[in-house]
Design a binder for this molecule. Sequence first.
Ligand code: ZN
Length: 76
Amino acid sequence: MPIYEYRCPECGTVFSERRRMSEADGPVECPSCASQAPSRILSLFAAHSSGGGMIAGTGGGCSGCAATSCSTCKAN
Ligand SMILES: [Zn+2]
């Protein structure tokens, strides 16, 4: 059974609840103030972290030479 996160607009409590998918958007009771107002929020567990891009560290000035002083380097 998936776990959903809810936030109570009355007291600001954020809590998670294990519920059936068909009941995910149904009324849920706040564990802090017993309000029936909490609404579902997106779970942090569903967020994907994307891998950072790799930076090639060749040290060259440009793709045309191994130094940093050719005509292509100066154009950059
Ligand atoms: Zn509450």
